[in-house]
Design a protein around this ligand. Structure first.
Ligand SMILES: Cc1ncc(C[n+]2csc(CCOP(=O)(O)OP(=O)(O)O)c2C)c(N)n1
Ligand code: SF4
Ligand SMILES: [Mg+2]
Length: 301
């Protein structure tokens, strides 16, 4: 049974006074993640908005052990921490959580991550995807969606985003999941399940970013949910190769009531002026991808 919001543990590890922008989705997701791991964890984090959220030494807003590492080495550092815990006989007591942004995962950190996945090293890798290099002022990443304007794609990015969960699944690791920070119980259940598995577990978490996407900070949750309703962000998990839609995405597959991508695109400054033809292309891409998810979901039942 999926966890209900009122059943989440009450202990908070993400404390008040963090340094993220108002309305940032990262904190919502990180609260659920730290609850799922019950604080029995050590994090590795590269340069990103997440390091900013954590704050500068010696003051931190996140009450768990945390190692800041160089940009490409998040997974390499996690491999080392996991080996250390195993040598001390503490692999079952603490979870190593490598947590990085989309740029730090899909572009700059992919080499160390792929190596760790090939070796099936024992940690959770969580990519929080705010869909650009936000900490340095919104440059495009390999995971930025088509049509989005960034400071390096002035007229809108032309390419669709890299499918990181699929790339990770191709490594044959035991657990892969896709979730959204605006569904904290979906995040919680997936990280709680990942905690019980050994080997490399990969969780991809979409994170709305008011500053980089161009929307009012009060709309973070509403926009994150719109992305799921449009099928741009899909909630699912792949456990030992078995695919399953979860939560809102499972409900949408049943009802068939996905909303048009154009409605979502109209809510954000980054898509302003996107030509109708390009919106249609994104819609066609989403439709084809969605059909594939629904086929896999049905096949697994
Ligand atoms: C090797 C290296 N290159 C570039 C940078 C500059 N830099 C710091 S944070 C950042 C953006 C990170 O983007 P992402 O991983 O998506 O995380 P976000 O900031 O969006 O949370 C960049 C380019 C760096 N610190 N180290
Ligand atoms: S730029 Fe975006 S992801 Fe970064 S702290 Fe601000 S709202 Fe959060
Ligand atoms: Mg990013």
């Amino acid at each position: 049974m999926p966890t209900k919001i009122l059943d989440l543990p009450v202990t908070e590890r993400v404390l008040s006074g963090n340094r993220a922008c108002a309305g940032c989705g990262i904190g919502i997701g990180l609260r659920a993640i730290t609850k799922a791991l019950d604080g029995r964890m050590v994090m590795t984090v590269p340069a990103s908005c997440l390091t900013v959220l954590g704050g500068m030494y010696p003051i931190s807003s996140v009450d768990v052990p945390w190692v800041n590492v160089a940009f490409p080495s998040t997974a390499a550092a996690a491999s080392g921490l996991a080996a250390g815990l195993r040598a001390m006989g503490k692999a079952d007591e603490m979870t190593v959580l490598a947590m990085a942004g989309d740029g730090g995962t899909g572009d700059i950190g992919i080499q160390a991550l792929s190596g760790a996945a090939e070796r099936n090293d024992d940690f959770i890798y969580l990519c929080y995807d705010n869909e650009a290099y936000m900490n340095t002022g919104t440059q495009r990443s390999g995971l930025t969606p088509a049509g989005a304007r960034t400071t390096t794609t002035w007229s809108g990015k032309r390419e669709n985003p890299k499918d990181m969960p699929r790339i990770m699944e191709a490594h044959g690791i035991p657990y892969v999941a896709s979730t959204s920070a605006v569904y904290p119980t979906d995040v919680y259940d997936k990280v709680a399940k990942a905690r019980t598995i050994h080997g490399l577990r990969y969780v991809h978490m979409n994170v709305p970013c008011p500053s980089g996407w161009g929307f009012d900070p009060k709309d973070t949750v509403r926009l994150g949910k719109m992305a799921v309703d449009a099928g741009l962000v899909v909630l699912y998990e792949v456990e030992d190769g078995v695919f399953r839609l979860t939560g809102r995405s499972a409900a949408l597959a049943k009802s068939g009531k996905r909303t048009p991508v154009a409605d979502y695109i109209a809510t954000q400054g980054r898509f302003r002026g996107m030509p109708d033809g390009s919106v249609d292309e994104v819609q066609a891409w989403v439709d084809a991808r969605w059909d594939g998810y629904v086929r896999r979901d049905t096949a697994g039942r």
